[in-house]
Design a protein around this ligand. Structure first.
Ligand SMILES: [Zn+2]
Length: 363
């Protein structure tokens, strides 16, 4: 059995893990903290990080211009800011958008001569070291080498990935997720589930990634009632955060599948949050995959405690709560666009444009 695995991120978890391990921030003299307008402050993470940096005598500047679906130009600007303040490491605090932007900024900072779009090309100099602190439980970006950025000129999102983008350290404290609104908690939880399920059903799944995926799916299953009712105990928040990180570890090896490739168009053109977009497609994805990997699909359902794919689709749809009507032209265009992405090939079977069109039509 193949268990080859690479996961270089030091993970610290539990209540108060930032303050308890503040010496670990001593990896440079000046930090750029990358975040959005609110989450670092509301979650309490910025307060913990700034007091850790103060106590070590490390200077820092906060760059809080990141918005949902970060634009490459904002990240390019962040890279310039990092160089201007002579930052020698980057701290990302927030959801997937802030953490992915922190990765891009770490890469732009150490590659002053590239144009914004050249970040997707090979041969970049190693990025600045990164510390990531999630304030949502969904993306798993704190343990992956991926950064997903929006390119308005190409009307899509694109991912870049180099091994140096693995953060040095990830801090997981569920208290930072406790003030999230119910809708964001649900959307991000569905994203975590999609990473776990797509990773487990991927052609690239191996013995090691399966262990993380199974554990994550079982933890997620324990939160189904809380997600439906919209009431979360500290234990639920903890389970969702750990499930999300386990999903990140899984896809750091397997990558995602066509669910993510198709979902990007729903996010870009219809403004549907990333997790919700995946959720809308996952029922049909399981129906498609069942033909090629029936035992794996049935394992997923059994770990979730669900009877069949219809029950799975109903729950994910209930949590997503949004419906979008696509025209025939849109369906064709999004399927064609998704075919250009590498992750489509990680799905089971032979995915064609017709398969993707059918998934969109039936979702
Ligand atoms: Zn995702």
């Amino acid at each position: 059995m193949n268990i080859d695995f690479y996961m270089p991120v030091k993970i610290f978890s539990g209540e108060g893990c930032v303050s308890a391990n503040q010496n670990l921030f001593d990896i440079g003299k000046k930090a750029l903290i990358v975040t959005d307008a609110e989450s670092a402050v509301i979650s309490g993470a910025l307060e913990d990080v700034s007091s850790a940096l103060d106590s070590l005598g490390i200077g820092f500047t906060v760059f809080n211009k990141i918005r949902e679906n970060p634009l490459i130009l904002t990240c390019f600007e962040g890279g310039t800011t990092a160089r201007n303040i002579c930052a020698d490491f980057i701290i990302g605090i927030g959801g997937g958008s802030s953490m992915d932007a922190a990765k891009a900024i770490a890469a732009y900072a150490s590659n002053p001569d590239i144009k914004p779009e050249e970040i997707f090309e090979s041969g970049l100099k190693p990025s600045l070291p990164l510390i990531l602190i999630p304030t949502t439980a969904g993306t798993g970006s704190e343990v992956t080498p991926y950064s997903i950025l929006t390119i308005p000129a190409a009307e899509t999102k694109r991912s870049f990935s180099v091994p140096e983008l693995f953060p040095k350290i990830a801090f997981l404290d569920r208290r930072y997720t406790e003030r999230l609104p119910v809708s964001i908690t649900r959307d991000t939880a569905v994203d975590a589930l999609s990473h776990l399920v797509e990773g487990y059903l991927s052609r690239r799944a191996i013995g090691t990634s399966d262990i993380f995926a199974e554990r994550g799916i079982r933890l997620w299953a324990q939160c189904i009632t809380a997600l439906r009712e919209g009431e979360f105990s500290p234990e639920d928040r903890d389970r969702l955060l750990v499930a999300s990180t386990l999903g990140g570890i899984t896809i750091s090896h397997t990558g995602t599948t066509f669910v993510h490739s198709l979902g990007y168009s729903l996010t870009y053109y219809h403004d549907i949050p990333h997790g919700r977009a995946n959720g809308m497609l996952m029922g049909e994805y399981l129906r498609y995959t069942q033909e090629y990997a029936p035992q794996r699909v049935s394992n997923v359902l059994s770990w979730l405690g669900l009877a069949d794919i219809s029950e799975f689709a109903a729950i994910v749809k209930e949590l997503s709560g949004s419906v979008v009507e696509l025209t025939d032209q849109e369906i064709k265009a999004y399927a064609a666009k998704a075919m250009g992405s590498r992750n489509v090939g990680y799905s089971q079977g032979e995915v064609t444009e017709a398969v993707l069109q059918k998934v969109l039509r039936n979702s």
